[in-house]
Design a protein around this ligand. Structure first.
Ligand SMILES: C[S@@+](CC[C@H](N)C(=O)[O-])C[C@H]1O[C@@H](n2cnc3c(N)ncnc32)[C@H](O)[C@@H]1O
Length: 190
């Protein structure tokens, strides 16, 4: 996840009321090392603020690694028999072949009236994890795939520059940013 994307999620969630004790599921979380060392902005901007608000955050991934609380396949979410007040599924839908069915399972674990944050690269190179279908939706296409009437935010972010780019490379990247991310925040019908 890019820093800009994590800031977008931080800002939209900050502006959204969530009660203390509300539950959060991060689907396709990767590992604790990834969230705190490889991409520390993930924990700093997205999960630490949620924990600080008193929310209970669980991380789900297909890989049984440290920092993964629930091991499950997002394409069926077998074994996940409860719902969450907030679900995040970021940079994952481009890695599954049947995204309609996958999204139905993701929607299943959102509580009625609960929130879903979805992000998918709009313009980004192929990156297999373990596959990449080349799905690169607009935010409107992503919201339409979900099909919920209550879309609170939808936006395509143009990524300014990764934090580690400095000097000329950073300036150049800020002017000619090739990367974009489609982001959606929606509320599940009650
Ligand atoms: C590109 S990373 C995204 C990490 C983080 N959510 C982000 O936005 O930066 C994709 C993650 O999805 C996981 N993943 C890929 N296919 C999956 C599947 N079928 N079920 C569950 N997780 C999957 C991978 O193990 C990986 O940790």
């Amino acid at each position: 996840m890019f820093v800009d994307e994590s800031e977008w999620i931080r800002d939209v969630l900050e502006a959204t009321p969530l009660e203390k004790g509300a539950t959060v599921l991060d689907i396709g979380s990767s590992t604790l090392h990834f969230r705190t060392v490889v991409q520390p902005h993930l924990d700093r901007n997205v999960f630490a603020p949620l924990r600080a608000r008193g929310l209970e955050v669980l991380h789900l991934d297909a890989r049984p690694e440290p920092g993964v609380d629930i091991v499950a396949d997002v394409t069926n979410l077998k074994g996940v028999d409860r719902t969450f007040d907030l679900v995040l599924c970021t940079n994952l839908l481009e890695h599954v072949t049947d995204r309609e069915a996958t999204l139905r399972h993701v929607a299943r674990v959102v509580a009625p009236g609960g929130l879903l944050v979805l992000t998918v690269p709009r313009r980004y190179p192929i990156h297999r994890d373990p596959i990449d279908t080349g799905y690169r939706p607009t935010a409107a296409e992503l919201a339409a795939l979900l099909g919920w009437p209550d879309v609170l935010r939808q936006e395509v972010l143009t990524i300014r520059a990764p934090e580690h780019y400095q000097g000329f490379k950073r300036a150049l990247r800020r002017i000619f940013s090739p990367w974009q991310i489609a982001c959606v925040l929606a509320r599940k019908p009650t």
